[in-house]
Design a protein around this ligand. Sequence first.
Ligand SMILES: Cc1ncc(COP(=O)(O)O)c(C=O)c1O
Length: 364
Amino acid sequence: MQISTELSPAPVSEARLAEILADPGFGIHFTDHMLTVEWTPEKGWHDARIEPYGPLSLDPATAVLHYAQETFEGMKAYRHPDGSIWSFRPEANAERMARSSHRLALPVLDPADFVQCVDELVKVDARWVPEASEGDERSLYLRPFMFASEAFLGVRPARHVTFMVIASPAGSYFAGGIKPVKLWLTETYTRAGRGGMGAAKTGGNYASSLVAQQEAIAQGCDQVVFLDAEQGRYVEELGGMNMYFVTRDRRIVTPQLTGTILEGITRASILELAVRLGYQVEERRVDIQEWKDGVASGEITEIFACGTAAVITPVGELVWDGGSVPSLGEGEVAATIRRHLVDLQFGRAEDPFGWMHPIVPAAR
Ligand SMILES: Cc1ncc(COP(=O)(O)O)c(C=O)c1O
């Protein structure tokens, strides 16, 4: 793909950048540039360009604003101790976006083009990738997204689609130390049904989770747990993370992919890493009763959630209308897997899987 570049005439100053990177938070600050590619049925993907970051001008009839035909991805760029910059399994994000696009009747962006687009933006905004040291997990969060940009109010797949990549420095998820997430079990709302779009990374899934998340916050919890829509019985995932259970005999269990769960890249990586570390892994249905009974009996020894943002976070107390299950705290299995993954991502450990993708080499 040919990508043109117009550099920003007013990039953020080095002094201001240092201030931002010292405490980036999440999703607040954006880099100097953004990448855009357009699609029409006649021309396919075209006009790929990197430009100064700035607002879009959209016709009020732009289809995505009405029918939510869009998909997005979430991934990170990491700076290694030698200064080089890498991403983690970007082709997995590219392939997931292709599956999401298919489900949303959007055109598929070739995974190689997806990876190139992300790489090119990171190269242009390389100074925005924070330096990281042991215990400091700052990174550059990358947000590729694709939306129906045709101005037309009919309900049909758009004939003008825009793909973009923006980037935002992200602080350490556990800046204040590891803190288990307290979970609210919603018995009112579900996230996705059979034949729906639960496996796609698309805004509608997040819009539909917000009222349940509000309920969670009102109950003093951090995040919401969704059960399956058909029987209201099997654990699916959190609003933004997949789940894992560790049993007394050191099996690592995660809900199987049923088409209603997001196919997390961290989830998939943990499955492979856990096998390498000698654990037995299982992908199967997990009944909410198994969670409740397992914690009470000691059969379940650890519960954790995983995703790009936190990598792994211990699960704390589970609360629902009329009951609760106590926290198991942070377990040794979760801590071991987390350390392995984070060390690999930040270049402090071998990468036997070939998961790391080089973007910017070390300066000589
Ligand atoms: C609903 C949902 N489940 C799971 C995940 C974890 O996916 P990944 O490991 O690819 O970040 C995310 C994260 O983005 C998510 O939004």
